[in-house]
Design a protein around this ligand. Structure first.
Ligand code: NAD
Length: 414
């Protein structure tokens, strides 16, 4: 399963007790999988906490982390050596079983390719990469390596998705006619100042594609696609985007993405991070005899039919645990790389779309001061709701600030 680590060049690697490798309960007595985490701040902190939990249960050993910004002393387990980058980590660490990449979007492709070349399984944060060309390259590398690649759309681990499949099969809400995804969050100026890639379409010619649909509310898009059964590139017939921004950024913060699946189902994602207040995003199934609303961050499913309303909160499978089970027992991955193909067409549509249109200041209110100030697009709540319900873009709804037009992605030849 792995060999001991090599030299540990950084002081934090040499703390007492750094080398013990507990046997994983339930794994046949063998040593637990050796894991490395790339990117320890930002969302990497979430992975760090999760890996600590799994390490306490004997399910993994976190042997190394990499980040050019070193972790604070004591913030990574003593088992983990600390390196400034993946190359340095790999030069000093043998026998890795799993690499987790939680770094800025534009670094995903090179880091993922490097990680796969080691023969480790890969957990790659969403969005997988910043272009369709890189996605195809990564799929080829993954196929060649034969390793598992899990993409960090953690909402896909929700047990509510099976409940949705069951209720559709039972005809509880009649025939599925369309799906909408609605997301309205608040992000302040500090959000866009936290990292140099925040709000960028590209940096120095390298794609970043940090837009509302491809990063903060990417789960809304991915969850809607999964519910529609649109997993791979071939499952999508068309993608249109209409992108706007109220913030002084390059990418979009208020957008409609309209997808038609190969089976003809419309999916409309109406998303903003310029709302008056944050509410939990949801995916709505529009049926001929009812509606189901899935609040995916809470695993909460509400079903509304003539006979009444029911609400159930489900459990969720952890994607890292699922990747470990895949390695150990061949359990299918919940969010495999190839199943991000449909999402990657959305990202490609956003990447290649015209620059987002700036929303005229007359339709934007700023709330708060300084770095805590955030833009509110006037009337955005109603606009999102109508866009989702009518499968219309903002310009098609005739909104006064919607000066753009739908842009259709030219789908790659199959
Ligand atoms: N699944 C989710 O719910 C979720 C939520 C938030 C962010 N994310 C994703 O996580 C990733 C990171 O986002 P973030 O907001 O935490 O970014 P961030 O910029 O705040 O933090 C990224 C971390 O990676 C480090 N880093 C940068 N380049 C690196 C490199 N080459 N090698 C190693 N480390 C490097 C940075 O120093 C930083 O510590 C993105 O892909 C983002 O979309 C996922």
């Amino acid at each position: 399963m792995g060999t001991p680590t090599g030299t540990r060049p950084h002081a934090s690697a040499d703390r007492p007790g750094a080398t013990a490798r507990p046997d994983a309960p339930g794994s046949g007595g063998g040593a637990p999988p050796r894991v490395a985490l790339v990117g320890v701040h930002g969302f990497g902190t979430h992975h760090l906490r999760n890996l600590e939990r799994l390490q306490s249960a004997g399910a993994v050993e976190l042997v190394a982390v990499a980040d050019p910004q070193p972790p604070a002393p004591g913030s990574v387990p003593p088992s983990a050596a600390v390196y400034p980058g993946l190359d340095e980590l790999l030069a000093a660490t043998q026998g890795l079983d799993v690499v987790i990449v939680a770094t800025p979007i534009q670094t995903h492709a090179p880091l993922a390719l490097t990680a796969l070349a080691t023969g480790a399984d890969l957990y790659l944060e969403k969005p997988p990469v910043a272009s369709l060309a890189d996605f195809n390259r990564l799929c080829d590398a993954a196929a060649e390596s034969g390793r598992g690649v899990q993409i960090g759309f953690q909402s896909l681990g929700s047990h509510a998705l099976q409940a949705i499949e069951d209720l559709l099969a039972a005809g509880t809400i009649g025939t599925l006619q369309g799906i909408s995804a609605t997301g309205r969050w608040v992000r302040d100026r500090a959000y866009y100042k936290r990292s140099r890639w925040a709000g960028k379409r590209s940096i120095g010619g390298v794609d970043v594609v940090d837009g509302v649909a491809t990063n903060p509310l990417a789960h809304a898009v991915a969850t809607a696609l999964r519910i529609a059964g649109a997993r791979t590139i071939g499952d999508v017939a068309s993608v249109e985007t209409e992108l706007y921004r109220a913030n002084d950024i390059e990418s979009d913060d208020t957008s409609v993405i309209r997808i038609r699946t190969a089976s003809g189902l419309p999916i409309t994602c109406a998303l903003t991070i310029c709302a008056a207040e944050s509410v939990e995003p949801c995916v709505t199934l529009q049926g001929s005899a009812g509606t189901a609303v899935f609040h995916y961050t809470e695993d909460r499913l509400t079903v509304i039919t003539k006979s009444g309303t029911s609400e159930v909160t489900y459990r969720r499978d952890d994607l890292t645990e699922n990747l470990l089970a895949h390695r150990a027992n061949g359990v299918p991955l919940i969010s495999p790389l190839l199943d991000s193909g449909a999402f990657m067409l959305v990202l490609e549509a956003v990447r290649t779309a015209p620059l987002p249109a700036a929303i005229d200041a007359a339709h934007v209110r700023w709330e708060g001061d300084g770095e805590a100030a955030h833009a509110v697009v006037l009337g955005i709540e109603d606009a999102l709701e109508r866009a989702g319900r009518q499968h219309a873009t903002f310009s098609e709804l005739g909104l006064p600030w919607a000066t753009s037009a739908p842009y259709a992605l030219s789908l790659p030849a199959s």
